[in-house]
Design a protein around this ligand. Sequence first.
Ligand code: PAF
Length: 331
Amino acid sequence: MMKILKVPFLAAAIVAGVCGLGTVAMAQQTEVKLGYALAENSHYGAGAKAWADYVEKETNGKYKFRMFPSSGLGGEREVVEGLPLGTVEATIVSTGTLSNFVPEVGATDIPFLFRDLQHARSVLDGKIGQDVLGKFDARGMVALAWGEQGFRHITNNKHPITKPEDLAGLKLRTMENPVHITAFKTLGAAPTPMAWPEVIGALQQGTIDGQENPLSVIVSAKLNEVQKYLTLTGHVYSPAMILMSKKFYDGLSDDEKKIFRDGAAKGRDAMRAYVDNVEKTGVETLKTAGMQVNELSAEQKEGFQKALKSAYDQYYEKYGKDLIDSIIAAK
Ligand code: PAF
């Protein structure tokens, strides 16, 4: 629910009050609760800060973000569910559960779809990506921009992965994401969908053997403390999304809507800058922290792509071969 803080924010109001200039309507500050899954020093924290700084400055402090990092408002599904209800104003989330709300998001979660970060960014910022964002309005949310996590890699406590057969029987935590679950089932793993707040504990207790996430997450969540092996599979690009409650957004003036949108673009850029940096430095950081890291040769990577053929048949059926081929062919 939108919380109005009884705090003066306009210098004029303060001056008027101090100078006793008669009755001046006290301006009010509106709180924007922003929940996200990771720590403040993550790519989500960077995006949230850039967004908040811009909005707070451009609205002269009329809107004040209150950050809830590290799943402070619950798991991603719960936070997303709070947006249409208006119990949460804003979030930055992975696409983990988003295709359960807007099925078209799933097309962006297909393994080995994007060649590199630039390819993903240009598709998501282009018509295909923007059309998907537009579908959130009907679900009581406003999707302002695509954020980014990077390419996902597999970590585990059993052994290095070099071929799909190495996944056999591996209890691998996945997001609650049907596209990813199909892929890992097809590869022969035992995918265990689980909300993020439970993952570190489950890895510590050994109820799961491994998980998969981009370097941005592996480094910022210090997964090296609970995982021995990192295989640079880069099996899927992991987008993120910057979302608001439609209830809240609809109450903004047109100028304010533009400020929130422009601020979200700043948040997206900050996330991408963070990812660019961690893609360069993350592997070294994790090796220094004691992780055993292996890369896949082009041939080994092809082994994973080939093994996903029947999963791709399912994706073609669900999202349309034309759409998937046009994403793959995009420059
Ligand atoms: O693996 C996930 O659930 C997501 O990538 C995470 C870590 C919550 C970030 O959105």
